[in-house]
Design a protein around this ligand. Structure first.
Ligand code: GLP
Length: 241
């Protein structure tokens, strides 16, 4: 794992956006794996700035999002579909046809999960995957447990995650209890992974990730240690006490 420690969230966001910019410019066509949550918002803001001020071109960029809540309409402001439009897609020249977010309202969800992985494969796989990390070590929505899923699947969200994410909802009871998420295997297939974390509330989980020497299904992020090209970008608050 390569580690980059930045002085603050702003620098972290720019660092991540610059890595993406470099590859978007270098490869004509690129498949990006995208994450939601509060962490990548600064990086998306910087990508929008790069588009507006430097003409960074997204016309050949294809995106696949990690996860989505089950049961929320795409126009629900807590859906990840809405989030992506608000925080990135509506502000850059990406073709919405090239953006993929799991459909949490699909009729046959099991079948849909299989198709989602297939779509990623058919597109040639993910070139760079952006990841955040939950305070319990989840990536995407792969929650700690006895077993981890390899492929995209339907997950029961943990109490910890429901509590962490309640801040986005008007009423804590509105947080969906289930989500669709790329599995650990789907994530590890990406050619490169950028994991971002900022703030004091991520200190413990980042310390654990950097120090862990075992694979532990109770700590899903530990599986990132199997990947040969993971860049962890953290701000000072997430790195030192
Ligand atoms: C959410 C998302 C993850 C995200 C994580 C951290 O539940 N499913 O993809 O990385 O939790 O969120 P945040 O960046 O808001 O701390």
């Amino acid at each position: 794992m390569e580690l980059i420690v930045t002085k603050d969230y702003d620098e972290l966001s720019k660092e991540a956006a610059n890595i993406l910019k470099r590859d978007i410019k270098k490869y004509k066509k690129i498949n990006l794996g995208l994450a939601t949550g509060s962490t990548p918002i600064g990086c998306y803001k910087e990508l929008i700035r790069l588009h507006e001020e430097e003409g960074l071109d997204f016309s050949d960029v294809v995106t696949f999002n990690l996860d989505e809540y089950i049961g929320l309409d795409s126009n629900n402001k807590n859906s990840y579909s809405y989030f992506m439009k608000e925080n990135l897609f509506n502000h850059i020249n990406i073709d919405l046809e090239n953006t993929h977010i799991p459909n949490g309202k699909a009729k046959n969800l099991k079948e849909y999960c299989k198709k989602y992985d297939q779509k990623i494969e058919d597109a040639g796989g993910i070139d760079i995957q952006i990841l955040g990390i939950g305070t319990n070590g989840h990536i995407g929505f792969n929650e700690p447990g006895d077993r981890l899923n390899i492929n995209t699947f339907i997950v029961d969200l943990s109490e910890n995650t429901i509590k962490d994410n309640a801040r986005f909802f008007e009423n804590p009871e509105d947080v969906p209890k289930k989500a669709i998420t790329m599995g650990i295997g789907s994530i590890l297939k990406a050619k490169k992974i950028l994991l971002l974390a900022n703030g004091k509330n991520k200190y413990d989980v980042i310390k654990k990730l950097l120090e862990t020497e075992t694979l532990d299904s109770e700590f899903p992020a530990s599986f990132l240690k199997l990947h040969h090209d993971v860049v962890v970008i953290v701000d000072k608050d997430a790195y030192e006490k």
